[in-house]
Design a binder for this molecule. Structure first.
Ligand SMILES: C[S@@+](CC[C@H](N)C(=O)[O-])C[C@H]1O[C@@H](n2cnc3c(N)ncnc32)[C@H](O)[C@@H]1O
Length: 223
């Protein structure tokens, strides 16, 4: 763990985000971290999946916000298997200072939020009967997928600061790891990125974004 940790900031909906100690880049939209996460990953991602058993891959565990929000919806499913990749985890001390539980009126779930951050890496943990969680402490470039996913939350820092995370070879690897009809969703609406997704074989849709962002991207692996 680094001695200097990411800086906590407040976004426009009152929820926290972090500013990366490495890249000086924010983890979420300044217009609202919780608002963005719900719009992009829950409404435009999770709620688009029709099966009751869902396997999800997240790129970038970060603050754990997307993971926690998905856990909060897991009662609507038979089972969610949620795998999240993170190469530079934040400290538990920083995670415990984030205000997501009060912002979402979920203070009773503090032990769950903390467990997402403190549980072992690289093995599946049964957070509840319906939510099985694996955190992979590895880079997206280095991971080899040994299972298939229905849904991918692609939540890397943007192409301006980490262009290496938006290269076609990464999305080809993800395409190969998606089930037929599977969905990749991201806040990013970059034109070259969307053209690359189409070239790989994804069916790409631009849909309205959260406050401050005109469009976001859904990309389906064709059935
Ligand atoms: C935009 S933030 C993710 C926000 C997160 N989904 C949340 O709910 O807070 C991007 C994350 O990707 C991580 N990251 C950066 N480079 C990575 C890489 N090559 N492989 C895996 N994770 C990486 C960063 O450490 C950071 O936590």
């Amino acid at each position: 763990m680094d001695s200097i940790d990411d800086q906590i900031i407040i976004t426009k909906d009152g929820s926290n985000s972090l500013k990366s100690r490495f890249l000086n880049e924010q983890y979420h939209s300044k217009q609202g971290a919780v608002t963005e996460a719900i719009h992009v990953y829950i409404e435009s991602g999770l709620k688009q999946i029709l099966s009751t058993n869902v396997s999800i891959l997240e790129m970038g565990f970060g603050t754990g916000l997307n993971t926690f929000l998905t856990y909060c919806h897991s009662n609507n499913y038979s089972k969610i298997e949620f795998d999240s990749i993170e190469s530079e985890p934040i400290s538990v001390e920083t995670a415990n200072q984030l205000n997501y539980l009060s912002n979402l009126d979920k203070l009773d779930l503090q032990p769950i939020f903390e467990k997402l951050h403190t549980c072992d890496w690289d093995k599946q943990i049964k957070i509840s009967e319906k939510f099985h969680f694996t955190k992979w402490n590895i880079t997206i470039q280095d991971i080899s997928f040994n299972k298939k996913y229905d849904l991918v939350y692609y939540d890397a820092f943007g192409p301006r600061v980490q262009p290496e995370l938006w290269k076609p070879e990464i999305f080809k690897k993800i395409y190969d790891a998606l089930n037929d009809g599977g969905l990749l969703v991201t806040y990013c609406a970059n034109g070259q990125f969307k053209r690359d997704l189409s070239s790989i074989g994804f069916e790409v849709r631009a849909i309205p974004g959260p406050p401050g962002k005109r469009e976001i991207t859904q990309a389906f692996r064709k059935k």
